[in-house]
Design a protein around this ligand. Structure first.
Ligand code: ADP
Ligand code: MG
Ligand code: ZN
Length: 513
């Protein structure tokens, strides 16, 4: 069986070691997975001629990823990741993903593609397999040095893809694979990538925004919160928000932000965003004057507006402010913001850090960390008007991270809000606080349980009882100021002044690398 590689230059299989005994692994494969493997082999019979599909190793929103073993010409056996895209994916979208992998991948900690199989609407992208650990499983035991190297390699990967004019759009730990033992890193998943104005990826020059893949309804990515007892029992705010979203979905023409805020007149949701140009436009187009501009209400004129369209693919907790406010000009800076959220998560030991069910909640969460005035000012710079019913002070990043790590007692400025669910009469404030991921002081590992609200990230899994000694060994007692300075620059609310990946590599935090 002869295979023609798509791009031999991009093949990089070094370090792809499987430690697990394969027979053992096979026996652990569940019936469901066995059925899925059978179905895949039936859908693309060619696949079975080349690979022995061993297990399912990943499931994102738009694909299932399998581990496959192939016998090479020289007799060696090699492991590959086989990404089976959901059959509803648009062909151009698939081709664009493949082109990103083959053109930009295979170097600088960016995953490459080796082959591609297609039969009818079934497509499988074959990549070198990289064994990796899920960040959620190791966040509690990472050393500061590991975090520094992880971010350094993420910046290298971003600089590389950004040079090609690729905006990844879905930067998060699940898409930046990390092998702790071999210290290997790989940026994966160009399924949502878009091109910059001068992109070198031909297929990203096509307008892909209308070709959004249909997400699978049931499978989400793993996160700690959804499986905690706290999440199951203390959900009033989350449920409220979901109810509102359903209301919005039943209407086709309204701006969800506006509609939601209307509901907020009677209930929660403290934030709204508008295009700064909205007022004059409205007045001209309708011959009316909009009378809600920069207030916390929505007038009838605005209620009848068409929804503003801007790319917003990605994962809510990692979306940049300009994405959350539907700014039409989005660039590579959105990936840098997401990398900042990852660094915030790793420095504070909380994953996920922001967990929001909608964009306005996500924006509120950002404001609780970066400050509401600062957010409003930055939004103005990129043409958006944000209103917030309450002044949320900007937090000092070191204090915040050290408090969440349990390295300092929770000072008042990190916990300004009353306990969740105590006062439901002040709906607006109630909602701000429920949408706040980090205000709850988190205590030392294992110490008194705090009643975490559903939106709070869970305590990192850490079995150590004497955490002080452990933590010092990991370097968390000497995190340099440079780390928080870089974090501040990555989480610059204004994309125009936000540090770029190339600049970040020159940051003093990485001077020895
Ligand atoms: P999706 O678009 O569905 O999110 P991804 O490309 O992100 O698909 O892949 C989903 C998961 O599969 C990843 O989070 C990772 O765990 C695993 N995976 C993807 N590519 C590889 C690879 N080359 N080697 C090992 N695991 C991989
Ligand atoms: Mg993914
Ligand atoms: Zn109005």
């Amino acid at each position: 069986m002869e295979l023609s590689p798509l791009c031999t230059d991009s093949i990089s299989t070094e370090g792809c070691v499987i430690k697990q005994d394969r027979g053992q692994r096979k026996s652990k494969v569940s019936r469901d997975v066995e059925t899925e493997i059978e179905n895949l082999n039936k859908a693309i019979p060619q696949l079975a001629k080349v690979f022995r599909i061993i297990d399912k190793i990943g499931e994102g929103t738009f694909s299932s990823v399998f581990l496959g073993e192939a016998q090479m010409h020289d007799g060696r056996r090699e492991m590959f990741a086989l990404k089976h895209l959901i059959p509803t994916s648009h062909p151009t979208r698939i081709a664009a993903e493949l082109q990103c992998l083959t053109v930009a991948g295979g170097e600088e900690s960016v995953m490459g593609a080796t082959y591609c199989f297609r039969k009818e609407d079934h497509v499988v992208i074959v990549m070198p397999y990289m064994e990796h650990q899920a960040i959620v499983d190791i966040i509690g035991s990472l050393t500061f040095e590991e975090v520094r190297l992880y971010i350094y390699h993420l910046m290298k990967a971003l600089k590389h893809v950004h040079q090609f004019g690729i905006i990844h759009r879905d930067i998060k730990p699940n898409n930046f694979l990390f092998n702790r033992k071999s210290k290997m890193y790989a940026l994966v998943d160009f399924g949502l990538a878009q091109g910059t104005a001068d992109t070198q990826i031909e297929l990203l020059k096509v307008d892909l925004s209308g070709l959004r893949k249909q997400p699978r309804p049931v499978f989400g990515e793993r996160n700690l919160n959804s499986c905690t007892p706290a999440a199951a029992t203390t959900k009033p705010a989350a449920i409220k928000a979901e109810t509102l979203i359903q209301l919005v979905k039943s209407s086709k023409t309204e701006d969800p932000a506006n509609r939601k805020y209307t509901a907020a007149g009677r209930g929660p949701l403290p934030v709204r965003t508008q295009s700064s140009t909205q007022k004059p436009q409205r007045a001209v187009q309708q011959g009316h004057t909009c009378n809600c501009y920069q207030t916390d209400r929505v007038c009838n004129i605005c209620m009848s507006r068409k929804q503003q369209v801007a790319p917003r693919a990605g994962t809510p907790g990692f979306r940049a402010p300009e994405v959350l406010t539907k700014c039409p000009n989005q660039g590579t800076a959105i990936d840098v913001w997401s990398a900042g959220v990852i660094l915030l998560s790793l420095l504070s030991g909380r994953y996920p850090f922001f967990k929001a069910s909608d964009d306005l909640i996500a924006l509120t969460q950002i404001m609780t960390i970066r400050g509401s005035r600062e957010t409003i000012q930055a939004a103005k710079a990129f043409g958006k008007s944000v209103a917030c019913s309450r002044d949320l002070p900007r937090q000092d990043l070191r204090t915040l991270c050290e408090t969440l790590r349990g390295r300092r007692p929770s000072p008042d400025e990190v916990t300004p809000l009353p306990e969740a669910n105590k006062d439901s009469s002040t709906a607006c404030h109630h909602n701000i606080q429920d949408a706040t991921p980090t205000h709850r002081p988190s205590v030392q590992h294992g110490a008194g349980e705090s009643p975490l609200s559903s939106t709070l990230p869970e305590e990192p899994r850490d079995s150590e009882t004497d955490c002080k000694v452990e933590v010092d060994e990991r370097g968390w007692d000497r995190v340099p100021d440079e780390a928080y300075h870089l974090l501040d620059r990555l989480l610059d609310l204004n994309p125009a002044t936000r540090i770029t990946a190339a600049q970040a590599l020159q940051h003093p935090l990485f001077k020895d690398l």
